[in-house]
Design a protein around this ligand. Structure first.
Ligand code: ZN
Length: 356
């Protein structure tokens, strides 16, 4: 049965940033769009902040392999307040501060039925397959909407939805990092890498991080990194072995790809786990198969995280405050500058889009 809606006064149109084509910042247009029609079972969220993710650049520049229509509103993560919901919705309330999980699952495929929504064969992602969060409103299933952790701002909460969720699945679910272990995290300026550092420190593990930027390494130390490697000029694998008494690390967290793959494999202890969620420098490195089987390494692919992992992450945030690192904030009208900031690689932490 369709329940009556609880709703605040919502205007017919909103400000949003859309891709209108592919290739460079000129295809990104900020303008008026209709406010999305909330369907039964959905929550309409008045967004206050979103953050820029690598996939936003991919959608802007190519979008190949991702079924989408143009124009499409950009943005995956976001936080705001509940603007409308079903009258019989018991988990959320009108006006409540919330953040969104960007993956809408089919609830019917074999993976959804097993409770592994993140493997859904028909996952529809905000900003990729459907209108996203660089907008004043988004409507999505109530199960994808979560209460904000106590005391957390909208920008920081938005960062959790892709960034920390991805890092949570890598560090907690896939690597199952232990307090007595050592983890190597590549490219610590990036959002997921920084989130992985924060989560690994919460677990109590020893953290070694790498960057090409000495200033970023200094900031990572302030966030709890135990050892830093400036590479180049440092040779990562050699330095890791020196720092671990010739043993190597238990876990590698990486999303850089081909440029660091050989170093990552050589840095692992026997039986070590490498978790990857990206390949920004290339996706076809040498497999190093002899090392893989002789040293019995595990290579684990990971992407995003499911609703239960989001709930676990937020429960962890409620137990002990977690402060996602914000690099910079831009109003929606300056979305081009925000995208350029991420593209430059100069950022340390998340680039935020403020939505009023
Ligand atoms: Zn499914």
């Amino acid at each position: 049965m369709v329940s009556d809606a609880n709703t605040t006064a919502v205007s017919a149109t909103m400000r949003a940033a859309c891709i209108t084509g592919h290739g460079g910042n000129e295809v990104v247009v900020v303008g008026e769009r209709p406010v999305p029609q909330r369907r039964p079972g959905e929550v309409l969220v008045r967004l206050h902040a979103a953050t820029v993710n690598r996939v936003d650049l991919y959608m802007r520049d190519s979008g190949v392999g991702i079924t989408h229509r143009l124009p499409q509103i950009m943005g995956l993560d976001g936080a705001g307040t509940v603007a409308a919901l079903d009258a019989d919705e018991t988990r959320l309330q009108l006006g409540q501060p919330v953040l969104v999980h960007p993956g809408i699952t089919c609830e019917r495929c074999e993976f959804c039925l097993r409770g592994h929504g993140v493997l859904c064969t028909a996952m529809s992602l905000l900003g990729e397959h459907r209108d996203g969060t660089f907008a004043q409103y988004v409507s999505l299933p109530a199960r994808n909407v979560f209460a904000l952790p106590p005391g957390m701002g909208f920008a920081e909460a938005a960062a959790l939805g892709v960034n920390h969720l991805t890092a949570w699945r890598m560090v907690v679910s896939k690597a199952q990092l232990k307090p007595w272990e050592t983890v190597l995290i590549f490219g610590v300026g990036g959002g997921v890498s920084l989130a992985a550092l924060q989560l690994a420190k919460r677990i109590g593990a020893r953290c070694i991080v790498t960057s090409r930027d000495a200033a970023k390494l200094q900031r990572a130390r302030a966030l709890g990194a135990d050892e830093v490697i400036h590479a180049p000029p440092d040779d990562v694998a050699k330095t890791v072995l020196a720092l671990t008494g010739g043993r190597g690390v238990d876990v590698v967290i990486e999303n850089v790809g081909a440029a660091v793959w050989a170093s990552a494999m050589k840095s692992l202890v026997r039986g070590g786990r490498l978790v990857t969620c990206g390949a920004t420098t290339g996706d076809m490195p040498g497999a190093d198969l002899r090392r893989l089987f002789i040293r019995q390494l595990q290579v684990l692919g990971s992407t995003l995280g499911d609703l239960s992992e989001m709930a676990d992450l937020l429960a962890s945030c409620a137990r002990a405050p977690l402060q996602p690192v914000i690099d910079s904030r831009y109003p929606l009208d300056d979305v081009h500058a925000a995208l350029s900031r991420l593209e430059s690689g100069q950022q340390f932490g998340k680039v935020v889009i403020e939505l009023g």
